[in-house]
Design a protein around this ligand. Sequence first.
Ligand SMILES: [Mn+2]
Length: 462
Amino acid sequence: MLSTETYTQRRLQLKEAMGSGLILFLGHDESPMNYLDNPYPFRQDTSFLYYFGIDSPGLAGLIDVDGDAVSLFGDDATLDEIVWTGPQRTLAEQGARVGVAECHPLSKLEEIVGEGTDSGRIVHFLPPSRAEIILKTEKLLRIPSSDVAQCASKELIRAVVEQRVVKSDEEIAEIEKALSIAADMHTLAMRMSRPGMKEQEIVGAIDGLVSSQGSALAFPIIFSKHGEVLHNHKHVNTLEEGDLVILDAGANSLTHYASDITRTFPIGLPFDDRQQQIYETVLEAQMDAIEAVAPETRFEDIHLLACRRLTEGLQKMGLMKGDVEASVEAGAHALFFPHGLGHMMGLDVHDMEGLSEDLVGYGDEAERNPQFGRRSLRLARALKPGFVVTIEPGLYFIPDLIDQWREAGQHSDFIAYENLDAWKDFGGVRIEDDVLVTEDGYRVLGEPIPKAIEDVEMLTTT
Ligand SMILES: [Mn+2]
């Protein structure tokens, strides 16, 4: 938990941004895996966590903008429950830690919100990401569940996004704690991965390392010799000498700030020639993109810079051809780089994507380009000091995509299909770091995690 003052200030800032009405935050409940007493690990609603800080289920928070009041709703554990759970903090004790004195039982929420709506006051709420919260909202505000998402307050979404998107020094320190765990995860994987091992052995070890630090994964681990499968959560392959593996993994700090790092490394041998060429191309694109991070620079322009660098590299290898600028404009590079350069990161690994990916990443100033590849760009807007973004270019050889584009003759002016057959089994390379936008440029967050070829090989081959 952060300082009491932090939560008080955050609510005050939101109240000032909102003008009038009630602001309702429904915290998450336990979510059953198969029955109620066997739930998934508890994950609090992120905006509730941001404004109220309490990491336990069954709570709600209410900010009365006009009446200048903040209250918490929840039920203290009964003796029957304490028999199973051990002693629990009371709601009043939890409230005191986050600067809220007014605490009520959950049954009172319906009454207070009802009084508000009956007297014609606006109740602002964020779009819920979970079905239980949609149903709760339906009951509390008498909105059909199918309309809840679109009835969420646009004004509140905007205010929350603009507040959460700028990270304070206290938040940056938390992200760096999460990055310190990520550094251990990635160096462990590089040291441990050897021919003959199964991917799941490495994944299990990384998972164990995170648990042993009292932390949790920020998202399911991607670890695969099939790096061309972008979100590959299967870990069933056996690693063989000469394979190239992608590890995309991060952890949460104890206050739930995320880290998100990707490294690519060879198994049992140094990088071979092809692997080295692709790797160096991705690494140069990543470093140039990081170098370009600065206030007022549009992230979409940095994405396009990375696309040009990747295209130039592929041209040197004889896999692409033609005018680089025109090739990127046409979207030919998306055969090899079909995703965006990066995304916002904070309490959510894709920060605030549940509120509105467009508002977070595009705002009012940019519009999503529908082109294949470009449409997967989660972030396009101009950067501001305090933003934390990921920079994660990659190059992939996706056999189905290559075959389909080749048959359709897509971008045949820019893609040297005749040379691609030998590359279909290559897999993929991605390199990702987390970067803070500062007043005069950028700072790569966390301690450096090996990414230069010689530094990676030091860990993977000795
Ligand atoms: Mn990422």
